[in-house]
Design a protein around this ligand. Sequence first.
Ligand code: ZN
Length: 63
Amino acid sequence: MAERTGPVRAQHRAGEVAVQTAYAAFIDHIQKCPPCRTDGADCDTAAELKQVYRDAKEAAVAA
Ligand SMILES: [Zn+2]
């Protein structure tokens, strides 16, 4: 069973991994940051992580 893995497909997959990683980092922060966790506040770090996630998502869609 050979799976076709061209450069495009590989890049798309890399993009998905980047999105997952960025999302995991954001969730991980939320769980460890009291203001974010209890108040649902987006502190500077959370905002930054969210932006990284958005960028990764855009890059993944564009790929
Ligand atoms: Zn936070």
